[in-house]
Design a protein around this ligand. Structure first.
Ligand code: ASP
Ligand code: MG
Length: 425
């Protein structure tokens, strides 16, 4: 018997039918002898709809009011799910973030959880209740409600699992787990049994956001083992956990493509000390996240500097960098948003050499031009033409031996194993 925290996302609780199905799943978990704390997101697109509604009455809504509004989405779904549980004979009680003892800092719309007082949840669990907590929210010192940023219910679940010392934190989704690549792009992608926190974080920053990164960071800090599982069918999902020795055997764990990037190039920049510092200081001051950076070899004392930013930041980047073109005496500035970032991620890279070479070789064979490169200890990213991204991901997936065995092959292997087993007998 253990204490399980189960988090159900918006699409898993989108309507009454989904709610009833989730309720049964919770009943089954309880029937297996576990205590269950459930964290829910707002139903379906509720949060988006509430934001749209707010903007219709005020283009720049006050953040405190926005938080009061958005928190209602999760409150509604926690109450409705509790009713669904009651209807099938499960003792359950819903709680807002405040009632669940979740205290957050003073920032609105992206508050951080500061502390959780789990007394009340423990009390109800002891009385045999399933406790259904509204995700994505908490109360600050002023007793105001604040929300945790989009996708924040994952963080609520992890933080609760840590505070309650839960045995398991399950994130139930409308996918079966975490895949080696996006199955919509790579039909041969397959579900991973396990992935490290760091690999998950890298993949998320490379465009494969299955879990909210903050939730993964929180899980890493508190050693909470996460399990991403399907909310529709009961079968093993993917464990997200700390690295263990054998995990380095697999060189590449996942491949991601991020098409939400744009490349900015400052042309004819004087190649003198301090220029790069000025460019990137300006970007940092404007809170613009820069990902890849390339500086060309200088000719006659001038060079080009390119960097990538999120596509949403292009207008802002233009606004802050354009005035700088004159001050640093550069020749011009241009943007290119037809690029994509393709990344290989895996802790095995730390102990295997030649990964970069192999990646570049595969891309060359497909005539995919590499425009920029960046690396970390467990990641290699390249910027390529956006139109080449999917093809590049598929080729890399095959070249690194990550394709799931085809059905025919799988049958053959199964047959072989069966024969081998017979022979052994
Ligand atoms: N409902 C919030 C959102 O859509 C929080 C969540 O779903 O985790 O961002
Ligand atoms: Mg949502």
């Amino acid at each position: 018997m253990g204490l399980f925290v189960q988090k159900y996302g918006g699409s898993s609780v989108a309507d009454a039918v989904c709610m009833r199905r989730v309720a049964k799943r919770i009943r089954d978990t309880q029937a297996d002898g576990h205590q269950v704390v459930v964290v829910v997101s707002a139903m379906g697109d509720t949060t988006d709809d509430l934001i749209t509604l707010a903007k219709q009455v005020n283009p720049e809504p006050n953040e405190r009011e926005m938080d009061s509004l958005l928190a209602t989405g999760e409150m509604a779904s926690s109450a409705i799910l509790t009713m669904a549980l009651n209807a099938i004979g499960v003792k359950a009680i819903s709680m807002t973030g405040h009632q669940a003892g979740i205290r957050v800092d003073g920032t609105h719309l992206k508050a951080k959880i500061e502390a959780i007082d789990p007394k009340r949840i423990h009390r109800h669990l002891k009385q045999g209740f399933v406790v259904v907590v509204a995700g994505f929210q908490g109360t600050n010192r002023r007793k105001d409600t604040a929300t945790l940023g989009r996708g924040g219910s994952d963080t609520t679940a992890v933080a609760l699992a840590a505070a309650l010392k839960a045995d398991r934190c399950q994130i139930l989704k409308d996918v079966d787990g975490i895949f080696t690549a996006n199955p919509r792009v790579v039909p041969k992608a397959h579900k991973l049994e396990v992935i490290t926190y760091d690999e998950m974080l890298e993949l998320a920053s490379c465009g494969a956001e299955v879990l909210q990164s903050r939730a993964v960071e929180c899980a890493k800090n508190y050693g909470v083992v996460l399990e991403v599982v399907s909310s529709f069918v009961i079968k093993p999902g993917t464990l997200v956990r700390e690295e263990v020795d054998t995990m380095e055997k697999m060189i590449i764990r996942g491949i991601a493509a991020d098409k939400n990037q744009a490349k900015a190039t400052l042309l004819g920049v004087p190649d003198t000390p301090g220029v790069a510092a000025r460019i990137f200081k300006t970007l940092a001051a404007a809170n613009i996240n820069v990902d890849m950076i390339v500086q060309n070899v200088s000719a006659a004392g001038i060079t080009d500097v390119s960097f990538t930013v999120g596509r949403d930041d292009v207008a802002k980047t233009r606004r802050v960098i354009e005035p700088l073109v004159k001050t640093i005496r550069a020749e011009g500035l241009n943007f290119d948003d037809n690029i994509a970032k393709v990344s290989l991620v895996g802790v095995g890279m730390k102990s295997h050499s030649g990964v970069a070479y192999k990646m570049f070789d595969v891309l060359a064979a497909k005539k995919v031009n590499i425009e920029m490169i960046s690396t970390s200890e467990i990641k290699i990213s390249v910027a390529v033409r956006a139109t080449h991204a999917d093809q590049a991901v598929r080729a890399l997936h095959t070249a690194f031996g990550m394709d799931a065995p085809t059905k025919k092959k799988a049958k053959k292997t199964a047959a072989k194993t069966a024969t081998a087993a017979k022979q052994k007998q």
